[in-house]
Design a protein around this ligand. Structure first.
Ligand SMILES: C[S@@+](CC[C@H](N)C(=O)[O-])C[C@H]1O[C@@H](n2cnc3c(N)ncnc32)[C@H](O)[C@@H]1O
Length: 203
């Protein structure tokens, strides 16, 4: 018991010393399939994804799988003052890290699964989301989870809003195309590895 507690403390010390990259790497080592990547997204990916958002029409922005928050500050920097950023992650290590490091009053970190986005958005006091961004590894999620997330995402987004995905394969984009009326496609080479970008628009 004492040995176990010492081990946990040592892990916490190591991740604090290594910063966000260390916490992300630890998250990958502990849950490789759920995290799906050892390096957070590049600033080129972040800029390209967020450039298409109509920020003046955005009040509720939801992010799935924020990890250590690579997208969070750039989203908060663009979000109107009365907006809200709700981030949902299944990994308590990441949610605890985000709670400790981001103190913006518009920021709502939630421990949970993206499948439950409708309940989570309701619990935060909203009927719909304007935009949803996903960094989820769609190809390696447990059976049935990816289609459930795609369907719930379509329902939760208001008309005129969009579902933004970036992934190393086209799987997230393919799920988006099953629900959303129009899908814009993109690609970012300056990311490790390069990734497929997609914006699914709801008419
Ligand atoms: C590739 S990482 C994304 C990291 C970060 N967004 C970035 O751009 O660097 C995938 C994240 O999805 C989370 N995740 C996996 N399944 C999930 C689910 N069903 N709901 C919410 N988050 C999930 C993982 O815990 C991890 O933080």
């Amino acid at each position: 018991m004492v040995g176990q507690r010492k081990g946990v403390k040592l892990k916490q010390k190591i991740s604090r010393a290594l910063g966000p990259a260390g916490v992300f790497f630890r998250g990958f080592v502990e849950h490789p399939v759920m995290v799906g990547s050892i390096i957070p997204s590049s600033r080129y990916t972040i800029r390209k994804m967020l450039d298409r958002v109509k920020w003046d029409e955005c009040k509720v922005f939801v992010e799935y799988g924020p990890g250590v928050g690579t997208f969070c500050q750039p989203v908060l920097d663009r979000l109107p003052r009365d907006g809200e950023l709700i981030v949902i992650d299944t990994n308590p290590l990441f949610i605890d890290f985000l709670k400790r490091t981001i103190t913006d009053s518009r920021f709502r970190p939630v421990l949970g699964s993206a499948e439950n986005v409708e309940e989570i958005v309701k619990a935060c006091g909203h009927d719909h989301a304007d935009y949803v961004l996903s960094g989820l590894p769609f190809s390696t999620l447990p059976e049935g989870v990816a289609p459930a997330i795609a369907a719930a995402t379509y329902r939760v987004i208001r008309s005129g809003g969009a579902f933004l995905t970036y992934q190393f394969s086209t799987v997230a984009r393919d799920y988006t195309a099953k629900h959303f009326e129009r899908v814009d496609k993109g690609f970012e080479w300056k990311n490790v590895p390069p990734c497929v970008l997609a914006w699914g628009w709801k008419d």
